[in-house]
Design a protein around this ligand. Sequence first.
Ligand code: GDP
Length: 196
Amino acid sequence: MSRWRAELVQTAFEARQFPEPKFPEIALAGRSNVGKSSLLNALIDQKIAHISSKPGKTRSINFFEVASGGSPFTLVDLPGYGFASRSKKEQDQWRKLIEKYVSSRQNLSLVIHLVDFRHGLLKNDVELQEWISALGVPMLTVFTKVDKIARGKRKGELHKYIKSGLKSVDVPILTSTEGKLGIDELRTFISAYLEE
Ligand code: GDP
């Protein structure tokens, strides 16, 4: 698979800073510390997103234009949510920014919802899934940090999560940036999804 080249084209702290819609958009959402920056860097094989040891730092929406060999598209990095030690006011601001983006963006093709494989969907993940599907925006669940669960237990955990009723347009993809697991699979999924 050819390398993806990405370029940060916009950082938005509020809705009026969203760029003009240009290409189809694939947005990445998840709780803070889920491994979103690590996955973004792995997907585009570049150190472009900031990997933080202090969760909850990224509070902007970042737009990355991607040249993948196929049609160009934009990867959109949404702020991580659910970081408990942030003030309610700050958390509300981020939530509103995410809501504004997802509910108004005409060229949003897919939300990729990242969920830590060790924890599964927590309360605010379930809320996000219900809210996004109520808007009619397609969503794919992608599990992160799969290396933290023993190989032999992964299938069983996945089935347990699927049974509990998560929303996903396809079978959730298991990823790990430590073992480079599922990264090519996710790239292939995104490319195929955009060609549909
Ligand atoms: P973000 O807050 O969602 O952007 O998460 P980061 O990408 O900054 O990662 C949060 C922490 O999880 C960092 O310490 C990462 O090194 C770690 N991490 C991210 N992905 C993985 C993974 O696939 N496996 C393991 N074991 N750790 C990971």
